[in-house]
Design a protein around this ligand. Structure first.
Ligand SMILES: [Fe+2]
Ligand SMILES: [Fe+2]
Length: 207
């Protein structure tokens, strides 16, 4: 955390304690997964510290930020502004804190819905965010995602999205917020799920 810009460290310190705890646990998971998959642990840690900078920002403020940054929110994001906290944090980091690492920016941008083309660091952060111990305590079924993540990040991300989809379809969203109204994956997450499924199936055929 020491090499983050002072303004970012202040923002992190000002976050609610629960969110701050989540971020710290994602940092641990991101470093662990980077070691398992022989990726850059420092870069993974940096993305983890930054990913939820706007997670506690109210929906109306997120929508105001879309105006300020000229960000085109889609219809689902307008209905569920929480879905904007990743894309807008990436904009904030790039425009106001000079973050230039494209992998870090993409990882922050896509950590909630995933992205059909994600690989490397964005894929690692997407999974690390979902398998920290407190999330597994809330959703015990996700233990399987953590186990898969030790072998195959893509298969882990796919399994997470399948479990989320089933939870949404059953009307059991995480803590009754956000996607509850949708009852299904948002279109970007749905496209991500389809791409991951195709990639995992393709690889299965080769091996
Ligand atoms: Fe998030
Ligand atoms: Fe998170």
């Amino acid at each position: 955390m020491d090499d983050l810009p002072p303004g970012i460290r202040e923002r992190l310190r000002a976050l609610p304690a629960g969110l701050r705890g989540h971020i710290e646990r994602v940092v641990v998971e991101a470093r662990r997964l980077a070691a398992v998959h022989r990726m850059d642990a420092e870069q993974a840690e940096r993305a983890a510290w930054l990913h939820d900078l706007l997670r506690a920002t109210p929906g109306d403020e997120l929508l105001a930020l879309t105006e300020r940054y000229g960000y085109q929110a889609n219809e689902v994001q307008r209905r569920l502004p929480m879905l904007l906290h990743g894309p807008l944090a990436a904009e904030l980091l790039r425009r106001e804190y000079g973050e230039r690492d494209p992998d870090v920016l993409d990882a922050v941008r896509w950590h909630t819905s995933g992205d059909p083309a994600m690989d490397g660091l964005p894929l690692l952060l997407f999974v690390a965010d979902k398998v920290e111990p407190e999330k597994l305590r809330l959703h015990p079924g996700q233990d399987e995602v953590r186990e898969l993540a030790n072998r195959d990040l893509r298969a882990a991300a796919l399994r997470y999205l399948e479990l989320l989809e089933a939870r949404l379809a059953a009307g059991l969203p995480p803590r009754g917020r956000g996607r509850q109204a949708a009852g299904a994956l948002d279109p970007h997450a749905e496209a991500t799920r389809a791409a991951l499924e195709a990639a995992v199936r393709q690889r299965g055929r080769r091996t």
